[in-house]
Design a protein. Structure first.
Lengths: 182, 555
């Protein structure tokens, strides 16, 4: 009896300590320049930049360990914004990191899915719903299109499809360039 | 302001001219209105099939209430409003629902969206109707607004903003003036003009209802001076009504823009980014007013409207009263349009309208005009030249913007700068493009810049969401790791103190002992079986010790 009470009590204390520790450990130190860089990154969390997420890449840029042209999802817009922020010259995207692609969203073929949960473990933004041995599905609005769930799937039931424009997301195209006289 | 009155043009003594203000800028394009405005409006033929987009208004698309195969009656609600800023859709005639799917809709994108298709049964049979009639006056404004909402009424002047929201200024705001927009300043369009001439009392009844909903003091009916017949008809319709006035306003594009009109009538400027309600004014279109009347006095939802069919490709231009959902092809046929020579088909007018990709699109609630231009009569597209910084665009802009600066920045994709020049105050009226000697597609640049800014904003929001989700996932993973660790430690600690290493050894010994016992019993049992088999006992005899050979299974 005493042992059990002791055990529970200790469990509670240990949990509390661990939670407290985690919250301190994960408190983002207010490094303003990292925050500012991170705010410009697309948060796809795909790792194509060579870092395990956008914030580590932002930290690396701030520390001078990475260049500003390593984020393919951000493309030209992000590079220009970073160049602006850091007072550097924009440069083209480093092809080693990948190419600019249209925005994608992952789709799980729910007839094939075996419910192995491997994709859930891979998704950096918890955008996949499902339980072990039950069919999984992707919350399209929260999918960043990082493609990290595609490779782990043992039955190849996840595919990336380009996001379709609808009348609410459609935008007017740029006018054709001006013509010169003659 | 005006010279001595012309004794021939003014039969009865007109009321004294109220003071008017002049907004800056504006242009006077060729109006091209008489070709359609001289003809009486006719009712368009009942189409065999109607296509009803669920998104014909500003806000959320409506939610279907029917399924394929359902029989519907004229006026029956087939899709309900989805949220506050939304509007329901009604069946414009009786028939059967044959499809609920994506079809191309009239939209600058040319994209498809969800539509309900009604195949007409030709009977045009109404659902049960229970008009409120004069009883509306006994209703609370909020209840009245609800009736207007359920009737699917949206602004018919072009924007398609749900009308019941406009009629709800909030209890802290007092609305002094209800302005009725009968200006119709855009070239070619004459549907409001014809409506004012043909159904002035519908409009006035609608206004009385709207005024009640708003509790507004006065009601001003603004009509451009180039529509004397409409002015006359409306003047006659308000005879004997107090605090109603018809105000002829100068013919100048874009006089019909709500904020310009308010300036003309009151001299007040609506603040940038603000609503006219903030200065106590609400503006509704004449068509909207008539729709309100039909909803209250005939229990008739918004299922039809006046649409102008005109342009150089149309042999018999005029206005038609059309059911929402009617394919444009049928209307063009009824007005003897030459579809083999169709160069451009525009919904709306030449200044603010947009090109349609197909003539098989349906008429929607905001289709005020279909402008079909003949290919053979189109002037060649002017050559676009570089900006010469002449400043003509600035003089023409009715919003006092600097179109030239916005153009340069939009072109350089410096959208932040375009916003500094108040891009979002631009009403896309097209005055600047109209006067530009270099024929620059200025408005296209502003639309493009606005779209880029909105998209960037949406992406920013999505990125913020992804960041938060990623961070909370990281925190969760770390927490789970910590919890696992804590559990392991706790288990270890839960063992009684004096039973550390020693206790574990004792337990090991216990397990070992149990395993040994088990092996022993098993060996004994095997030996027993072998022993029984050797002397071969009598068939039915049990073992001498009473145990059975299968006992060893239990060890
Ligand atoms: S490459 Fe992927 S992980 Fe790296 S910054 Fe860009 S979006 Fe983030
Ligand atoms: S009117 Fe045209 S050419 Fe003149 S300043 Fe404006 S954009 Fe330039
Ligand atoms: S389109 Fe915009 S910038 Fe051009 S004149 Fe109209 S309000 Fe001004």
């Amino acid at each position: 009896m005493l042992a059990a009470i002791l055990a529970l009590g200790l469990l509670a204390v240990a949990f509390g300590l661990m939670l407290g520790f985690a919250s301190i450990r994960f408190k983002v130190e207010g490094d303003p320049i990292v925050d500012k860089i991170d705010a410009l990154l697309p948060q796809t969390q795909c790792g194509q930049c060579g870092f395990p997420g956008c914030r580590p890449y932002a930290t690396a840029i701030a520390g001078g360990e990475a260049d500003i042209n390593q984020c393919p999802p951000g493309g030209e817009t992000t590079i220009i914004a970073l160049a602006d922020l850091l007072g550097r010259d924009p440069k083209p995207l480093n092809p080693e990191n990948g190419a600019v692609k249209p925005k994608m969203v992952a789709i799980i073929d729910e007839n094939i899915c075996i419910g192995c949960t491997l994709c859930i473990q891979a998704c950096p933004v918890d955008a996949i719903l499902g339980a072990a041995k039950h069919m999984h599905t992707i919350i399209a609005a929260e999918c960043t299109g990082c493609e990290l769930c595609v490779a782990p799937c043992p039955v190849d039931c996840i595919s990336m499809v380009p996001i379709q424009h609808n009348i609410l997301t459609w935008k007017w195209p740029a006018p054709p360039p001006d013509m010169r006289p003659g | 302001m005006s010279g001595p009155a012309d004794p021939i043009r003014l039969p009865p003594e007109p009321p004294p001219k109220p003071r008017l203000w002049r907004f800056s800028g504006g242009v006077s394009p060729p109006y091209n209105k008489t070709m359609s405005s001289v003809h009486e409006t006719t009712v368009a033929r009942l189409p065999a099939r109607l296509i009803l987009p669920l998104h014909q208004h500003i806000g959320e698309a409506a939610d279907p209430l029917v399924k394929v195969g359902d029989q519907v009656l004229k006026g029956q609600q087939i899709a309900r409003a989805n949220g506050y800023v939304s509007a329901p859709v009604h069946a414009p005639t009786s028939g059967r629902i044959t499809s609920i799917a994506e079809y191309p809709i009239p939209h600058p994108s040319g994209l498809s969206a969800l539509c309900i298709v009604v195949d007409s049964d030709g009977r045009d049979q109404w659902r049960e109707r229970a008009p409120l009639g004069d009883q509306f006056a006994a209703l609370e404004p909020s209840a009245l607004r609800n009736v207007i909402r359920e009737a699917g009424i949206v602004g018919l002047g072009g924007a398609g903003f749900p009308t019941y929201i406009k009629l709800n200024p909030g209890h802290d705001k007092v609305i002094d003036t209800l302005v009725v927009n009968g200006v119709e300043c855009e070239p070619y369009i004459t549907c409001d003009d014809r409506l004012m001439r043909e159904r002035p009392s519908d409009i006035i009844q609608g206004l009385i209802i709207a005024r009640h909903a708003l509790q507004a003091r006065q009601c001003l009916i603004a009509i451009e001076e180039n529509k004397p017949e409409a002015i006359e008809a409306m003047r006659r319709a308000i005879e004997g009504l107090e605090n109603f006035a018809v105000v002829p306003v100068p013919t100048l594009y874009p006089q019909g823009d709500a904020k310009r009109l308010i300036k003309t009538l009151t001299g007040k400027e609506v603040p940038s980014n603000g609503l006219s309600m903030q200065i106590g004014v609400v503006v509704v279109n004449v068509g909207t007013a008539a729709a309100i009347y039909r909803a209250i006095y005939h229990d008739e939802p918004l299922i039809s409207r006046y649409t102008t069919i005109t342009g150089t490709a149309v042999a018999a231009p005029r206005n038609l009263e059309v059911l929402i959902g009617t394919p444009i092809r049928e209307l063009l046929e009824q007005c003897a349009a030459d579809s083999s020579d169709l160069g451009e088909l525009i919904m709306g007018g030449p200044m603010m309208g947009f090109a349609l990709q197909s003539i098989d699109l349906p008429v929607i609630k905001t289709t005020n005009c279909l402008l079909a231009l003949a290919r053979s009569k189109q002037p060649p597209a002017p050559t676009v030249m570089p900006c010469i910084r002449c400043g003509a665009c600035m003089d023409a802009c009715p919003v006092n913007l600097m179109p030239q600066q916005m153009y340069w920045h939009a072109k350089a994709k410096d959208f932040e700068k375009t916003q500094e020049y108040n891009l979002f105050d631009c009403i896309e009226c097209g005055c600047c493009s109209y006067v530009c000697p270099s024929h620059l597609p200025l408005v296209q640049y502003y639309r493009y810049a606005k779209g880029e800014i909105w998209t960037a904003e949406r992406e920013r929001e999505k990125a913020d969401l992804a960041r938060t989700r990623h961070e909370s996932r990281q925190a969760r993973l770390e927490r789970e790791k910590a919890e696992k660790e804590a559990r392991r430690k706790a288990k270890q600690a839960a063992m009684p103190q004096d039973m550390g290493q020693q206790g574990r050894e004792a337990k090991q010994a216990e397990i070992q002992a149990a395993m040994d016992r088990a092996r022993q019993r098993r060996d004994e049992a095997i030996a027993r079986v072998q022993h029984q088999r050797e002397p071969t006992p009598p068939a039915s005899a049990a073992a001498p010790d009473g145990s059975r050979p299968d006992d060893d299974h239990q060890t």
